[in-house]
Ligand binder design. Structure first.
Ligand code: GDP
Ligand code: ZN
Length: 458
């Protein structure tokens, strides 16, 4: 496929030793050639070589920067197109000027993710791998990063392809059945179809089960800290942020959009929610009432309800318990460095099954236990397995759910004694739906594939 030539800054904005402007497309080499002066013309050099020289203003020949330029001819590049990367001096002004010069010579400013999109459209990676690149960019923690990396390397694709292959084999058996009805293979086929499809269904269900953790790892556990004024919410928040600075990753070729406050608690990314000013809620209940604040909090994955060890339980505290009822809550009793005025037995009666952590943010006591409680709540005792394939993307989750549903319908109709070739429609749909995960939906190829696999002795 042929697209226009695009360019973008491929390094994170800000101070840095070098900045990279990446250009991709059939015109990338001629475009950069117009503003580059080195010992040779870029159009004459070998692919995958680096050249020292200067950026010059085409009209005036005025030197703008000292650069290293990499020339990589397609298809052995990320986008499969000709790619040129200009390594110039870092810093916003210098990198922006370089980009500007490239744009003036006719390149288009790349949209976010456009290099990856081209890699997909040009067939270098499949859809789920393309999506994983986006996840990589947004990964907030080591774990989210490693999941995305595995996906970008095709781990999810391989699982999906394996399951699709198994479905094709089943469909081939259905074909046999249609072709040789007189051989009484029908009942054997039914039993076999039920057994094999159950395996596929189980594999899909296992995959779906990873989605909750996967989604949280990807998006962060949205967390709200609630409590009366002065109990120490802001102090707790600051302490969590200072001790657990989230790892934010930068991948060349992309721009990071949203900057939110993430902290990494033992591998669990907490996203400290700052919508509607409820991150640090002083008087949320008073302001909007119990019902409304509960609605708001229902969207949170985790509530940290903070109490003051140094003061008796108040009606405001009780209102917060009411609001947090039934939600994923950890009760935190802060300021244990001060004399006790809080009746812990009373607190325990309010909180039902929520864990209780006593701590002092001021004296940095008990924060470890809080972190442990957060991790325990999230992982529910199960340790994430390295070799597990995770899905976290909403599109994939929806497709996997649909596939499970279809297999279920297939199995039901087989059990009910429907003709296998009729039941097989659901199976074919499953194959197509799974294909959407990797961006391969061409349903015409279905029959081709069946026939190329099995010639049925004809
Ligand atoms: P918020 O209104 O709930 O956000 O509470 P702040 O975090 O602003 O804290 C209110 C006051 O309590 C501040 O003066 C803090 O220094 C103090 N404070 C916070 N945590 C502790 C603690 O563990 N022990 C003591 N003694 N004071 C604390
Ligand atoms: Zn505060």
């Amino acid at each position: 496929m042929e697209f226009g030539t695009i360019a973008a800054i491929a390094t994170p904005m800000g101070e840095g030793g070098i900045g990279i402007v990446r250009v991709s497309g059939s015109e990338s080499i001629p475009i950069v050639d117009k503003i580059f002066k080195g010992s040779s013309q870029l159009s004459t050099v070998d692919s995958h070589t680096i050249h020292y020289g200067h950026l010059i203003e085409p009209g005036t020949e005025e030197i703008q920067d000292e650069v290293m330029v990499s020339v990589m001819k397609g298809p052995r590049t990320f986008t499969r197109e000709d790619v040129v990367e200009i390594n110039c001096h870092g810093g916003i002004v210098s990198v922006n000027r370089t980009l500007q010069m490239v744009l003036e010579q006719g390149a288009q400013l790349a949209e976010p993710g456009e290099f990856t999109k081209r890699a997909f459209l040009n067939g270098r990676i499949d859809l789920s791998q393309a999506e994983a690149v986006i996840d990589l960019i947004r990964a907030k923690t080591d774990r989210a990063m490693s999941i995305a990396l595995q996906q970008s390397e095709g781990k999810l694709s391989r699982l999906v392809q394996r399951l699709r292959q198994e479905i094709l084999t089943l469909l081939a058996h259905v074909e046999v059945n249609i072709d040789y009805p007189e051989h009484d293979v029908e009942s054997v086929t039914r039993a076999m179809l039920l057994e094999e499809s159950e395996q596929i269904q189980k594999a899909l269900e296992t995959l779906l089960q990873t989605s909750r953790q996967g989604k949280i790892l990807r998006e962060g556990l949205s967390t709200v800290i609630i409590g009366r004024p002065n109990v120490g919410k802001s102090s707790l928040l600051n302490s969590l942020i200072q001790e657990n600075k989230a790892i934010v990753t930068d991948i060349p070729g992309t721009t990071r959009d949203v900057i939110e406050e993430y902290v990494n608690i033992r591998g669990v990314p907490l996203k400290l929610v700052d919508t509607a000013g409820i991150r640090d809620t002083e008087d949320i209940v008073e302001r909007i009432g119990v019902e409304k604040s509960r609605q708001l909090l229902r969207e949170a994955d985790l509530i940290l309800l903070v109490l003051n060890y140094n003061e008796p339980l108040t009606s405001e505290d009780l209102a917060l318990f009411e609001v947090a009822q039934g939600l994923n809550t950890i009760v935190i009793v802060n300021k244990i460095d001060l004399p006790q005025r809080l009746d812990l037995a009373k607190v325990e009666k309010q909180m039902l099954s929520a864990p209780l952590i006593t701590l002092s943010v001021l004296e940095e006591q008990g924060i470890d236990q809080l972190e442990e409680a957060i991790a325990a709540l999230f992982f529910k005792g199960q340790i994430m397995q390295e070799d597990q394939t995770y899905i976290s993307n909403a599109r994939h989750i929806a497709l996997v759910k649909e596939a499970i549903q279809l297999i279920d319908e297939f199995r039901n109709s087989i059990e009910m004694g429907m003709p296998v070739d009729i039941s097989a429609f659901d199976l074919k749909r499953t194959w197509e739906i799974l294909g959407e995960i990797i961006g391969d939906t061409a349903s015409d190829s279905l029959l081709d594939q069946i026939f190329s696999q099995f010639c049925l002795g004809k």
